[in-house]
Design a protein. Structure first.
Length: 153
């Protein structure tokens, strides 16, 4: 299969996961519960989240296309599936159920999974690993935001 077809497949999967996660958050950022939380001073404005996740998923889809074309194996699919589940379920745990500590555990786990991509596949992808760095950096920021809410509310 051509790389472009893999990119399309991963774009569909990743943006579908984002859509499901958004649906599961039940208007989370617009709810009275979230609006009344003591949020970190470095919390970006709402529109940044949409831009960030769109950029992240485009880059991550390209990254996954290169990686999957190079080495389509069970380990990779398991790691990718774990990433999707953690990414989607965080929205439900944090915004829908208001379980801030469990949300923090979930997002830390997701950050570790993305770090595993970086460290496990750097030798294979070399500079293409830069495509996953926005995801990792954003998760570090998101983890700090989640932790701030946990310890300051």
């Amino acid at each position: 299969m051509k790389l472009s077809k893999y990119i399309i497949v991963f774009l569909v999967i990743n943006f579908s996961a984002l859509a499901i996660g958004s649906w599961l958050m039940n208007d989370g950022p617009q709810t009275v519960w979230y609006q009344n939380l003591n949020k970190a001073p470095w919390t970006p404005p709402g529109w940044v989240f949409g831009v960030a996740w769109t950029t992240i998923m485009i880059c991550f889809s390209i990254y996954m296309a290169y990686l999957y074309k190079l080495m389509p194996n069970t380990k990779l699919i398991t790691l990718f599936t774990t990433q999707i589940v953690l990414n989607v379920i965080w929205n439900y745990i944090f915004f829908n159920q208001h379980l801030i500590l469990l949300g923090l555990i979930c997002i830390i786990s997701l950050t570790i999974v993305i770090a595993l991509f970086i460290f496990n596949y750097y030798k294979e992808l070399k500079t293409k690993t830069l495509l996953i760095l926005p995801y990792f950096l954003w998760l570090c920021i998101a983890t700090s935001l989640n932790a701030y809410i946990l310890f300051n509310n």
